[in-house]
Each structure stands twice: as structure tokens, then as C-alpha cells.
Design a protein around this ligand. Sequence first.
Ligand SMILES: Nc1nc2c(c(=O)[nH]1)N[C@H]1C(S)=C(S)[C@@H](COP(=O)(O)O)O[C@H]1N2
Ligand SMILES: [Mo]
Length: 159
Amino acid sequence: MTSPAILRVDGLVASPRSFSFDDLQAFSETEHVRDFTRFHPKRPGDGVTLRALLNRVAPASEATYLTLHATRDDFAASIPLEDLVDEAVVVYQLDGTPYPDSKGGPFRFLLKNPAMCHTDALDDCANVKFLDRIELTAGGGRDTRRNDEQAQEALHHHG
Ligand SMILES: Nc1nc2c(c(=O)[nH]1)N[C@H]1C(S)=C(S)[C@@H](COP(=O)(O)O)O[C@H]1N2
Ligand SMILES: [Mo]
């Protein structure tokens, strides 16, 4: 058996924590965002708010950025925390089962209203797939969105 997928939230926080599918399902209804198609018609699924996750880890006052890591394909995005906090959802289920790989699961970071690619820190590129770690940092951390032109081109020639 493979071990269950885990989302780690750590860095400049009082209580680093790891969340499983079951842990996220247990979040209260007010901490949930049901049916993300209300924000983006092509992105179904249910998630929990970034705020609800942060409430459980107690960010330090020095934490100003979130760095979102996808170990699987070595992708990262780093975004100012205050811009994000009411904008972001971690989607973890579709029809009551873990969010599929084909949609960027088991955990996918989604912005309610992303800007076009490369036009803002909160752009479509920040909708990190295969999210396994949210790291709180003082100032910006790793961000593979700002690669050279050619690499960026390659990134956008998917699907
Ligand atoms: N892990 C990971 N997440 C990622 C990417 C990636 O290459 N790896 N590409 C990003 C970019 S550049 C964009 S524009 C969106 C595309 O999301 P979509 O394939 O669901 O349209 O995913 C973002 N999330
Ligand atoms: Mo992108």
C-alpha cells in the first residue's frame, strides 16, 4: 500500500502541521468552499480555504510570503500572504473522493480570480498542482514561474 497523500504547512508558523484527505474533510462547513465551478467553470471540486489552514498553524508575524511547493515536478510559486488570504482555496476532493491526478490532485491550490499567466503574482501559473507543501517565509521564496523565456514557453505547451 502507498502511504496517504499529505499536505505539509510549515516554515514561520507556531505549529507546523500535516493534513491528510480525512483531516481536510473534517474541516467545518464554513471553512469549506464547495464546488469551485462557481469561480471557474472548468475547475470542479471541493476545497478548504487557505485561511482555515493558516488558522491551524498560527503564522508568525514575520511571515510575509507563502511558498507553494510541488515536489513531484519540482514546481514552486511564492506569493505575498496578504494578497492571497481571501483568494485561495486548497481543493482536495471531487465527488467525495480524493482529487484526481488529472486535475492536479491530490491537493491543488486554486485562486478564485487569477490573472493571466505572467501578469501578476496572483496569476494562473500560481494554481499549483500536486501541492505537497505550503511554506511561510519572510520575503519571497522559491518561484519556478520566473524561469527563462524558453522554459516558460514549454510550461505553457501542455494539454
Ligand atoms: N505542479 C505544477 N503546477 C502547475 C504547473 C506546473 O507545471 N506544475 N503549471 C502552472 C501553470 S504555468 C499554469 S498556467 C496552470 C495551468 O493549469 P491547468 O493545466 O489546470 O489549466 O497550472 C500551474 N500549476
Ligand atoms: Mo501559466
